[in-house]
Design a protein around this ligand. Structure first.
Ligand code: S3P
Length: 446
């Protein structure tokens, strides 16, 4: 996708959102299932895979590295893996499109194999920092042969012939850094150890265990974890059922909270506690979110969420909660705009290095639609409009960022004037079918 072919879209207020839907499979789990399937000798079947562009690019990369990857239809995929250390040198550059997760996790997986690969992506991904991944991977023996200025893509990486196990403390709470080190550590002898001061999402650890690796995660300090992986395991093929993505569910969920008289049910949403910071925060704001039919799906807690229109109030969101809702601040800011009183979101530095500078982009999205905001250091302060309502009427620049696009559209469904986005194309990176699903609930999108 390029910025040249823009597909604008507008959202306006209409009737309530009502009905029942299942959002697509979790993006984090989908990437990992493809990568671990490819690193296992034998056949892995994945059901409910997210077929968004980010994940399809990871599937393409696994194919280019030698795994057999088949789409069996209906969200079911089969991977015939090559084993730990078994990747072949790809014939062409690996193109990760918009996806930092796909790119960084595959860098880790490649770092443990003696192959050379070129990593590339779209204009957004080419702006994002890769040093945070390369620092530990170089300690493990990988080499950067070529890179764009500032440690950016396109980048040529040579994996280690004899990868070394390391003990590494991540400089920021990042599941991508942690996962890259663990995936490289699979090929190293002995123990690879990752320490994080704030626990980030643990899908890599859980899935490594599911594939038979020996990995132990223990609390570290107040909010952190110490994770110890035994290297060179024989990974066993394991089937993966991907639950519905809470980060995608967040958009219709907030839509239902802010559009008067709405009530929707979101089926089978994953409730991994390291992903549910948004739901905690919204409940503190007064959101009516009921969990029904709680169950286990593919090793994760899931529930159907019944969400009803709610009078929201502003809250103070602690910095320690950021890792569990790092992708959700944009849509939380939309909820905060409709709340009574001030919401302060603390410690948002990492938002500056996502698909766009999400701190500035969130501020712009609200400002152009008549909502007062301030940025103080790494905190975002939103002055909720409450019963006065959100004026709307603005055009939001999406900066090749799917989550800005979906957040701004949700805002438009409840503001006085329609909200327009300059480009809806990037929604397909994480949430294919978003527009039709939302229209099915009654959303006025055109
Ligand atoms: C992800 C980790 C997070 C998140 C991203 C998905 C993952 O990034 O923002 O959308 O699947 O590991 P960081 O680890 O860089 O915070």
């Amino acid at each position: 996708m390029s910025e040249a072919s823009l597909t604008p879209l507008s959202a306006r207020s209409g009737g309530p959102l009502t009905g029942r839907l299942r959002v697509p499979g979790d993006k984090s789990i989908s990437h990992r299932a493809l990568i671990l399937g490819a690193m296992t000798v034998g056949e892995t079947t994945i059901s409910g895979l997210l077929e968004g562009e980010d994940v399809l690019n990871t599937a393409g990369a696994m194919r280019a590295l030698g795994a057999k990857v088949e789409n069996l239809g209906g969200g079911t995929w089969r991977i015939h893996g090559v084993g730990v250390g078994g990747f072949a040198a790809p014939a062409a550059p690996l193109d990760f499109g918009n996806s930092g997760t796909g790119c960084r996790l595959v860098m880790g997986a490649v770092a443990g194999c003696p192959v050379t690969a070129i990593f590339d992506g779209d204009a957004s991904l080419r702006k994002r920092p890769m040093r945070r991944i390369l620092d530990p991977l170089e300690k493990m023996g990988a080499r950067v042969l070529d890179q764009a200025e500032g440690g950016r893509l396109p980048m040529t990486l040579r994996g280690a012939t004899d990868p070394l196990p390391i003990e590494y403390e991540t400089p920021v709470a990042s599941a991508q850094i942690k996962s890259a080190v663990l995936l490289a550590g699979l090929a190293a002898p002995g123990e690879t150890i990752v320490i994080e001061q704030e626990a980030s999402r643990d899908h890599t650890e859980k899935m490594l265990k599911h594939f038979g690796a020996k990995i132990v995660s223990k609390p570290h300090g107040d909010h952190g974890r110490r994770i110890v992986l035994q290297g060179q395991p024989e990974l066993e093929p394991a089937n993966v059922a991907v639950p519905a993505d809470p980060s995608s569910a967040a958009f219709p969920l907030v839509g239902a909270l802010i559009v008067p008289d709405s009530e929707i049910i979101l089926d089978g949403v994953m409730l991994n506690p390291l992903r549910t910071g948004l739901f905690t925060t919204l409940r503190e704001m007064g959101a009516k979110i009921a969990e029904e039919n709680k169950r286990d799906d593919g090793g994760e807690d899931v529930a159907d969420l019944r969400v009803s229109f709610s009078a929201l109030k502003g809250v103070d969101v602690p910095a320690a909660r950021a890792p569990s809702m790092i992708d959700e601040y944009l849509i939380l800011a939309v909820a905060a705009a409709f709340a009574e009183g001030v919401t302060r979101m603390r410690g948002l530095k990492e938002l500056r290095v996502k698909e766009s500078d999400r701190l500035e982009a969130t501020a712009d999205m609200l400002r152009v639609n008549g909502v007062k905001i301030e940025i103080e250091d790494d905190d975002l302060i939103v002055h909720g409009m409450g019963t006065n309502g959100v004026p709307g009427g603005g055009e939001v620049k999406t900066h090749m960022d799917h989550r800005i696009a979906m957040s701004a559209l949700m805002m438009g469904l409840a503001s006085k004037e329609p909200v327009r986005i300059d480009d809806s194309a990037f929604i397909a990176t994480s949430f294919p079918g978003f527009v039709d699903l939302m229209k099915g609930l009654g959303a006025e999108l055109s």
